[in-house]
Design a protein around this ligand. Structure first.
Ligand SMILES: [Zn+2]
Length: 335
């Protein structure tokens, strides 16, 4: 956008020289001044490759070698973009009441800025395919459920590294979001067995000069035909952030994905960030009109179909572009 405007400026100048500014005395109304936010380009091909790379490690189940290798790659990639990184490691209680070692991955830019935003996603993938009809006891690849949110945030970090932003940003990638106990008719649903990494972080936040004033969680944002209605807890705890994001999506032409519709409350990392850390946080999550048999999420959810075949660059790109605009507008005070 900025380059295009400069080109137009140059051609206008050239045109003026060629025509010897014959029209200079005529009254030409000045062009209206439109507030312009320059923001770096979100590269959807790059985001797609970041999903592919995670999937290439295999399933990322806590306490496996694939999980450890992927964590190292994610951390070093953020470092290559100039972000400050750290692992937050902890021993917590798993869904089976056994000790589990988890690793949240944290990347920070502008650590001294008081005005801070939290961006987050979970990076682990489910240890079982309990919604599948086949190989239910095997872990899933989690291209969308795990891979997509991380990939969009990595590409956002890369883009931000190319254009300074007057905002502190903490990207927190949560472990053990998706290792919860399966729903069972014989036991009550144990909500706290899910989102263990975000529960831990919310109680033990890494040091920051100030608490982020807003949070945005991405979960399952990369599938073909993804559809993001306004999730209930997001509206309840952070309605102003929902409005910012959905309005930006409308402006960018993505209202077919960021639909003008409300949805039920979903148990996801943002529940604990809102309740425990008290950071107003929204969830951008795929909630399709033709969901899986469980009635909420995509047909591929917690099955072996959650692989690269369902990933769409358009979906990744839409979410990334909206996010970047919201960030740079917040930084400039335009929102
Ligand atoms: Zn999941």
């Amino acid at each position: 956008m900025k380059n295009l405007l400069s080109l137009l400026g140059i051609s206008a100048l050239l045109g003026c020289l060629v025509n010897s500014c014959e029209t200079a005395n005529q009254t030409t109304p000045p062009s209206p001044v439109v507030a312009e936010i320059t923001a770096p380009v979100f590269n959807r091909d790059s985001a797609f490759l970041f999903v592919q790379k995670q999937v290439d490690f295999g399933p990322r189940v806590p306490q496996t070698s694939e999980h450890a290798a992927c964590a190292d790659w994610i951390k070093s990639t953020f470092e290559s973009f100039g972000w400050i990184t750290q692992f937050q490691e902890a021993e917590v209680m798993g869904y089976d009441d056994q000790a589990m070692n988890i690793k949240n991955i944290i990347a920070t830019i502008n650590p001294d800025k008081k005005q801070r935003v939290l961006l987050c996603a979970h990076w682990d993938t489910r240890r079982i395919a309990d919604q599948d009809k086949e190989r239910q006891d095997e872990p899933i690849l989690g291209a969308d459920d795990g891979g997509s949110g991380v990939a969009v945030l990595m590409e956002v970090a890369r883009a931000i590294s190319l254009q300074a932003i007057d905002l502190g940003i903490d990207i927190v990638l949560f472990d053990a979001e998706d290792q919860g106990e399966s729903s069972s008719a014989t036991r009550p649903y144990r909500q706290n067995t899910w989102c263990i990494g975000s529960q831990y972080w919310s109680k033990n936040r890494h040091p920051m000069v100030s608490k982020p004033y807003m949070g945005i969680l991405l979960d399952m944002v990369g599938s073909k035909g993804a559809r993001f209605p306004r999730e209930g807890l997001s509206v309840k705890h952070a309605g102003g952030i929902v409005s910012q994001v959905w309005n930006e999506a409308l402006d960018l032409g993505y209202s077919d994905m960021f639909v003008n519709e409300n949805f039920n409350e979903i148990v996801d990392d943002h529940l604990f960030i809102n309740d425990i850390a008290r950071i107003p946080t929204i969830d951008i999550i795929n909630l399709p009109t033709n969901p899986s048999a469980n009635g909420t999420f995509g047909h591929y959810w917690h099955t072996h179909k959650d692989n690269m075949n369902i990933i769409d660059k358009h979906s990744l790109g839409a979410v990334g572009e909206v996010l970047i605009q919201v960030l740079y507008k917040n930084a400039s005070g335009a929102l």
